[in-house]
Design a protein around this ligand. Structure first.
Ligand code: NAG
Ligand code: NAG
Ligand code: NAG
Ligand code: NAG
Ligand code: NAG
Ligand code: NAG
Ligand code: NAG
Ligand code: NAG
Ligand code: CU
Length: 550
């Protein structure tokens, strides 16, 4: 055996041998208010854990169990969602308040148990009262057990966040105030990279010839990020916890809630240093000098003292990663469609003078009894979407059917839509067939002709449709919603109730979760109002449609 092979064996033993036994990792978060100046704006009341912001990222390995104890020191309920985990067999651990659980009451605590069986780049965040927007969010890195299907030497994490001079509830209040202009003109957000002011971001260090996996996580409430590393090719290998065939690009454009892993092979020599570029922007926010886009430049150091070079880069040949061009590493072909559902997102004016968002004309509002508990307790009636109430926008899916969603957007804003419990295959983008202004150039139809990449958060561009597919193989209750938190507040959400018949036979909610409801006087059986039959007395009335807006 050559010395090299022996070294390789020692290397793999060092890196992987310790991973052979599954571990139980316990994390304690005392979720509470943190008064902090994160971006040079002055002190803002954020929401952090154990008295601190940012919340430290969590790293874990496939096969481990993450036990996350959440103590609620806020004065409103809270809950935690692991963005991207399928929660197969444990829909009740998914986290969204009023959907799969009652929020944890103030002063109370609850331990989430996550059996980790997916590798990739994820994040944890609050899913009650949009607390994620105030800082209750952190990356979750899940390592493969054993050798990952892609080769690299080291990894680095970049998390991106937006941060504002007002709390989220203040921004939501302004948005919903019928006496203020809609859409509102909030101040420009500021960018945080790895939890701190993007201007203060630390240098990264490369060694010649080595290959780095950069995990890029967008945890913003509103802002997009573009990431590039002039002088280096990025190879996209993962999106939203799903491996892809490597695709060479110059930059990635990350919408809220999306994740990318890119491999970067360092240059062969250390004669020069470079700079990375994380640009925070939103296509719907007009450029303003010094404010938008916000460009954060950080040092990529090969050797201290070496000269920096800035290749001219951002020209017409620059390649952005485009998810329709990405292919699944496992080569899974496009699923044959059993049922195609048409969805249209939009914004309407209602009789309460509010401009609210909707999907298929229904503005989402949470039920009183969590939708999952309705699905589990209503027997055969759980197959009738009416029991979930008029505003949860429920669609019942049959076990194992392949669903295609064709989602049209006549909006001037892009929407990052997130589906819980699944990733979807991205098969097609094209022009929306409704309310597109005559003077607007129609977007071309583009299809994925190979094995389509899968992801859990997909941007629907203005005046376009997207087609996605997934198999309903995960009995549970799964929200589909816009991950721009203001749009979620405005009602751009709907509920997939997947195979309630199978769910009733296979899943039981832990009693301590039902206790969270009981402590708040919320019924854990019955329809959306906690009643038997179709009487919804107790639910607030749905808003009355006046006219279509954008
Ligand atoms: C970030 O750096 C830019 C350029 O130096 C500067 O204009 C801006 O004020 C800085 N922002 C903060 C919050 O420090
Ligand atoms: C809860 O705390 C927030 C943030 O400090 C505060 O703005 C709000 O008034 C409090 N609400 C109640 C009911 O105490
Ligand atoms: C940073 O990247 C953006 C694209 O995301 C580009 O427009 C800008 O010119 C770059 N800035 C620098 C200083 O390289
Ligand atoms: C994250 O996504 C949000 C919403 O799409 C977007 O506004 C924000 O810029 C993104 N941030 C990053 C770092 O990609
Ligand atoms: C939504 O309402 C519009 C106009 O009020 C109507 O044309 C359209 O068919 C409705 N869509 C659905 C899915 O009900
Ligand atoms: C298209 O028409 C709308 C409304 O008439 C106008 O606001 C918009 O600027 C026009 N866009 C272009 C590209 O001409
Ligand atoms: C629903 O129940 C309430 C309270 O019991 C009752 O007043 C109301 O008439 C019922 N509505 C319908 C449609 O049955
Ligand atoms: C018919 C019926 O049971 N109605 C009840 C439904 O639940 C609300 C409270 O959630 C009660 O006020 C109704 O009386
Ligand atoms: Cu949106």
């Amino acid at each position: 055996m050559s010395g090299f092979s022996i070294l390789c064996i020692i290397y793999f033993w060092l890196v992987y041998a310790h991973q052979t036994s599954a571990a139980r990792i316990s994390v304690y978060w005392d979720v509470g208010y943190v008064d902090i100046d994160r971006a040079g704006y002055g002190i803002v009341r954020g929401i952090g854990a154990n008295g601190a912001l940012p919340i430290p990222p969590i790293t874990i390995t496939v096969g481990d169990t993450l036990a996350l104890t959440v103590h609620n020191s806020l004065n409103v309920t809270t809950s935690i969602h692991v963005h991207g985990l399928f929660q197969k067999g444990t829909s009740y651990m998914d986290g969204p308040a009023s959907v799969t659980q009652c929020g944890i009451p103030p002063g109370d605590q609850f331990t989430y148990e996550y059996a980790i069986d997916q590798a990739g780049t994820f994040w944890l965040h609050g899913h009650d009262h949009h607390q994620n927007s105030d800082g209750l969010r952190t990356p979750l890195v899940i390592r493969d057990r054993g050798r990952p299907p892609i080769a690299y030497n080291e990894e680095m994490l970049f998390s991106f966040e937006d941060w504002y001079s007002e709390t989220f509830s203040e921004r939501a209040r302004i948005t919903l105030d019928p006496d203020l202009p809609f859409p509102p003109t909030h101040g420009y957000g500021y960018g945080l990279i790895n939890g701190i002011n993007g201007n203060l971001t630390k240098p990264i260090y490369f060694k010649p010839g080595r290959t780095y996996r950069l995990r890029l996580v967008n945890m913003s409430a509103t802002m997009w990020y573009q990431f590039s590393l002039p002088g280096h090719v990025l190879r996209v290998v993962e999106i939203d916890g799903e491996y892809t065939e490597p695709l060479e690009v110059d930059g990635v454009d990350i919408a809220p809630a999306q994740r990318y892993s890119v491999l970067v092979t360092a240059r062969p020599t250390k004669s020069f240093n470079y700079r990375y570029n994380a640009t925070m922007y939103a296509s719907f926010i007009p450029p303003a000098p010094g404010l938008a886009p916000r460009i954060f430049i950080g040092d990529l150091v090969y050797q201290k003292g070496a000269p920096f070079i800035q290749p001219s880069y951002y020209d017409d040949s620059f390649r952005w990663a485009n998810d329709i061009e990405l292919h699944a590493l496992d080569q899974a072909p496009a699923l044959p469609v059993d049922r195609s559902l048409r969805l249209a997102v939009g914004n309407n004016l209602y009789s309460n003078r509010q401009h609210l968002d909707h999907i298929n004309n229904i503005t989402y509002a949470p039920p009183i009894t969590p939708t999952l508990y309705t699905a589990l307790s209503m027997g055969d009636m759980a197959m009738d979407k009416r029991v979930y109430g008029p505003q949860t926008n429920a669609i019942i899916l049959k076990h194992n059917e392949v669903v295609e969603l064709v989602i049209h957007s006549p909006n001037t804003l892009p929407h990052p839509l997130h589906l819980h419990g699944h990733t979807f295959q991205i098969t097609e983008y094209g022009p929306a067939d409704l309310l597109v202004p005559n003077n607007r150039t129609l977007a071309p139809v583009v299809k994925n002709t190979g094995a389509p990449a899968r992801r859990d958060t997909l941007v629907i561009p203005p005046f376009q449709y997207i087609k996605v597919r997934f198999r309903a193989d995960n009995p549970g209750v799964w929200l589909l919603h816009c991950h721009m938190d203001i749009h979620f507040v405005l009602g751009m959400a709907m509920t997939f109730v997947e195979a309630p018949d199978v769910l009733q036979k296979t899943q039981t909610v832990p009693p301590e979760m039902l206790e969270l409801c009981a402590k708040q006087g919320i019924k854990t059986t019955g329809n959306a109002a906690g009643n038997q039959s179709l009487n919804f007395t107790g639910l607030p009335p749905a808003p009355i449609f006046v006219s279509v807006s954008r």
